[in-house]
Design a protein around this ligand. Structure first.
Ligand code: NA7
Length: 540
């Protein structure tokens, strides 16, 4: 395939939930588009993460597009939480239905993006030698798209196979009769561990920090539920918007500290049985008050002790060093029960850290574990990682890495001062990773499309945040996070999983509706806080 040289209105990076919808919306405006996607097809996260057990932790009828009313009626989700295969099939269906693939060049990674201030164009280059000049650069490159592979000494020596959950081989990995190690017990680890345990000869789980895991309580959706929801889908979507994070969650207005222990425990048990995120809605102050939080955390620790047969293993699985919910609450299926199997061993890295990977396996300070397959469920350089890896160069040679040296600075998570016409979909400082992505992506892309239409209508060439508005927003994002318990863990939300990454809460916790209202108000006030340059500079 020969390299592309073209001039377009916009380059869209990524063909996941965000990039697909961006192409759909911007094409409606009649814009000339060029999309690039590193994978060999659409789907983003849902293409890459094809490890066994991968499933969304936001309910499928909520984690889906709302823009296409016919699609909403035609597509029937099978389960409460969509499995990776089902969500990928859905996104492929959307791409076909709206003929979106033809705008993308697949298996092509954008390697550089430089703003040419004289021409007022982004010059975008790829690993296939493409060179495209575009007025707008739409980064829909994802928040969890840059896998984190810790530099374990000796990893290249290992004679077995190493796979990361975020780049799982499409043909699968046969672990039957093999000795398998998994490093990491976040959402990916918790999903893959019970699956691998079924086939592996022996499974060693290398755990650094235990996570709080609640039952996903996934189940097939009843025909009745699907029918009733489809019959009132608009109202159902509105209910999502009325929640803090865009997925339906009944939050009990009571404090955990105002009720009797009996009532509290009954509420926790009821929510545990409902599964999913419900537990954190048991009381209004779980994420605000340490003592309230501790009642919930201890209740889960007791649950772990109830489920896991070996008291020593149970103790190691009990998180004690951070509030429940401060790392994303993990939803599992038979996770704790997996440790009751004879072929599963929990290795506590807090007691004996990994020293190196040898030819044979993993060596900790206490022992060497011989393995045939090593699975890295070690997460991502989240939110800012993919943008900083691209490291766009803005006005006057300013790089994004320089601009974000002490953490991300954005206006509304949509734009960055010094980077004209760079638009980030669900960028840092927007609800992004704490919200229902499908809902946040649609809100962002709709807003972006309105902005681009406004610019065209008014002959505006460039848009970028005013530095003062950007700093005020960045401060606001931090001030909203600070009093909550969300900042009290070494989580990827805080950037704490990547050595040297500034410790900043990366998403906006103020709620999806207040956030949307702010974006709409900014637009209504002529894109207040953005600097817009008109086509014909008016005489001084
Ligand atoms: P996470 O949630 O970042 O989990 C990564 C796991 O890997 C976590 O248990 C980490 O332990 C562990 N980890 C990372 N680096 C190391 C090293 N160097 N040594 C040992 N253990 C390590 O990523 P996931 O992919 O599970 O989930 C990401 C999001 O995807 C999730 O929140 C959902 O939104 C979907 P740690 O806790 O840092 O001690």
């Amino acid at each position: 395939m020969s390299a592309i040289e073209r001039d377009v209105d916009a380059v869209v990076i990524g063909a996941g939930f965000a990039g697909l919808y961006a192409v759909y919306k911007l094409r409606e405006l009649g814009l000339d588009l060029q999309g690039f996607e590193a994978a060999d097809g659409v789907g983003g996260t849902w293409r890459w993460n094809c490890y066994p057990g991968c499933r969304c932790d936001v309910a499928s009828m909520e984690y889906s597009y709302s823009f296409d009313k016919e699609l909403e009626q035609e597509w029937t989700w099978k389960e409460r939480y969509g499995a990776q295969e089902e969500i990928l099939a859905y996104l492929e269906h959307v791409a076909d239905r709206h003929d979106l693939r033809r705008h993308f060049r697949f298996e092509t990674r954008v390697t550089s993006a430089v703003w040419d201030d004289d021409a007022e164009r982004w010059v975008v280059e790829t690993d296939r030698g493409d060179r495209v000049r575009a007025r707008f650069l739409i980064a829909a490159s994802g928040n969890l798209s840059l896998p984190n592979t810790p530099p374990f000494p000796g990893i290249d020596r290992f004679r077995g196979r190493v796979v990361h959950t975020g780049t799982w081989p499409r043909e699968g990995v046969d672990v039957s009769g093999r000795r398998v190690g998994v490093i990491g017990t976040g959402s990916s680890g918790v999903q893959v561990i019970p699956m691998l345990a079924q086939d592996a000869e022996h499974l060693y789980v290398f755990q650094r920090t235990p996570h709080f895991v609640v039952p996903a309580a996934n189940h097939p959706l009843s025909e009745e539920y699907v029918r009733e929801t489809k019959a009132r889908y608009d109202e159902f979507r509105r209910e999502c918007w009325q929640t803090p994070f865009g997925f339906r969650l009944e939050v009990n207005p009571k404090s955990a500290l105002e009720v009797s222990e009996e009532e509290r425990n009954a509420e926790y048990q009821r929510r545990w049985d409902l599964g999913g995120p419900e537990l954190l809605g048991a009381f209004s102050d779980i994420m605000l008050d340490e003592r309230a939080n501790e009642t919930c955390a201890q209740w889960v620790r007791d649950k772990i002790a109830e489920i896991v047969d070996d008291p020593e293993t149970a103790r190691r699985l009990q998180p004690t060093t951070y509030p429940i919910g401060a790392k994303r609450l993990v939803q599992g299926t038979g996770y704790y029960e997996t440790y009751n199997r004879d072929n599963v061993t929990l290795v506590d890295l807090l007691e004996a850290p990994i020293v190196e990977i040898t030819e044979r396996g993993v060596r900790t300070e206490a022992a060497e574990y011989e393995l045939d397959v090593l699975v890295l469920a070690t997460g991502y350089d989240g939110v800012t990682g993919p943008l900083l890896a691209l490291n766009p160069v803005g006005r006057d040679g300013l790089t994004l890495r320089e601009a974000w040296a002490d953490g991300p600075h954005t206006y509304l998570g949509l734009g960055v001062a010094g980077f004209p016409n760079l638009i980030t979909v669900t960028g840092p400082g927007s609800p992004s990773v704490v919200s229902n992505f499908a809902l946040s992506i649609e809100q962002h892309v709709d807003w972006i499309a309105d902005l681009l239409a406004h610019m065209r209508e008014h002959g505006i060439r460039t848009v970028e945040p005013d530095p003062e508005a950007q700093e005020a927003w960045t401060r606001h994002v931090r001030e909203v996070a600070e009093p909550t318990l969300f900042t009290r863990a070494n989580s990827w939300w805080m950037g704490a999983n990547i050595p040297g990454k500034p410790r900043v809460f990366l998403a906006y916790l103020g709620g999806v509706t207040p956030y949307k209202e702010r974006c709409d108000e900014v637009a209504a006030n002529g894109y207040e806080g953005f600097v817009l340059t008109a086509a014909e500079p008016s005489p001084a």
